[in-house]
Design a protein around this ligand. Structure first.
Ligand code: MRU
Length: 346
């Protein structure tokens, strides 16, 4: 355990990647020092770090770690080796497009260098990290402008500082709305099977003294009916060109509920999460994770051994259920292919 605690979940310090181990929260705050591409890959795959933008930032630093190892070689061999590492990192998780987006940016940066690319890659990774924080703050303000005084909101999964370079997407909007005195309280869904809501979102909100009611995922409809919830606010792992949204499993059910019950549904995602190569949600690969996430809670068995398990960890919410998509480039109300294309042509 590192004694001098970094103040971010992802930190690049003295040419080392330091990651808050999110698997251990909220009980234990422990940081891992990552010095190899293999460890960067494992950290993403095994969810030491998770959340689409955070995965992208981590992978970018992974490329710098690769460059540190290979930059003593001649330029041609170094580039070859770094490209192999980029290809490996891109396979760590399939759904969050920020991973491939960040790696492509690092690859372009490397290919544009005439000499030693280490400094350029390090600066690019830091820029990806800082730009993500700036985007989150901009989205926080824009999203908060949609929220009325005295509002109550619901969020799903963790789209906070832990899931991004810092500040958060959905939680960024919640943070900003709270700072403007507009929020009464937040319902945080526990988010089975990995408990991002109870372990991470409730932890982040509690630290900021934002009033949080934790509920089981299955209590969402009752909470929406029993309490005056104005907005459901979520992040995204990938937004297709037509506005379909891949996000944590359970998001789709919430969007259907919102439509049925007349609640507003907001998606908050930087443009690095929008994948113009996925024309609609069916083009998005949905990650399937292992059975143990469903059959166990920690080490405790919660299911019969003979049951088969289906564990898709994301789902796709059709664009028609989204009232507004908040990006750092602007808000897209009732998203569609043409409105999203316009966002990129501004
Ligand atoms: O499996 P995870 O924890 O990586 O899933 C994270 C989510 O689904 C988040 O809602 C999404 O990445 C948005 S994070 C700003």
């Amino acid at each position: 355990m590192d004694k001098s605690l970094p103040n971010r979940a992802i930190e690049w310090r003295d040419q080392q990647l330091i990651l808050l181990d999110q698997r251990l929260l909220p009980n234990t705050v422990e940081f891992l020092h990552i010095n190899s591409v293999a460890d960067t890959y494992d950290a993403i795959k095994n969810m030491v770090v998770r959340g689409a933008p955070a995965i992208g930032v981590t992978a970018a630093y992974g490329v710098v770690i690769s460059a540190l190892k290979h930059c003593q070689q001649d330029q041609h061999s170094a580039i070859q080796q770094i490209e192999i590492d980029i290809a490996k990192l891109s396979k760590a998780r399939p759904t969050a497009v920020n991973l491939v987006w960040a790696l492509q940016r690092m690859q372009n940066c490397m290919r544009n260098q005439n000499n030693d690319c280490l400094d350029a890659l390090e600066n690019e990774a830091i820029a990806i990290h800082e730009e993500d924080i700036a985007a989150n703050k901009a989205m926080g303000e824009l999203g908060a402008s949609y929220i009325d005084e005295q509002s109550t909101v619901m969020t799903h999964c963790n789209a906070g500082a832990l899931a991004t370079g810092g500040y958060g997407t959905a939680l960024g909007v919640i943070r900003s709305a709270f700072a403007h005195g507009k929020l009464q309280k937040v319902f945080a869904n526990e988010t089975r099977p990995w408990f991002q809501g109870s372990r991470l979102t409730a932890w982040e909100l509690e630290q900021e003294q934002i009033p949080v009611n934790l509920i089981c995922d299955s209590a969402a409809a009752s909470a929406l009916r029993a309490h005056h919830v104005d907005w459901i606010i979520v992040g995204a792992d990938r937004v297709a060109a037509n506005g379909d949204v891949a996000n944590k499993i359970g998001t789709y059910s919430l969007a259907v509920l919102a439509k049925h019950m007349g609640k507003k549904f907001m998606v908050v995602a930087p443009t690095s999460t929008i994948d113009l190569n996925s024309s609609h949600g069916d083009d998005i690969e949905i990650e399937q994770r292992g059975r143990q996430e469903v059959t166990h809670v920690g080490d405790k068995v919660m299911a019969t051994e003979g049951a088969n398990v289906w564990n898709p960890v994301f789902d796709v919410t059709p664009a028609e259920l989204v009232d507004v998509l908040i990006t750092e480039r602007g808000a897209v109300e009732n998203p569609s292919t043409s409105k999203i294309a316009h966002l990129f042509n501004k």
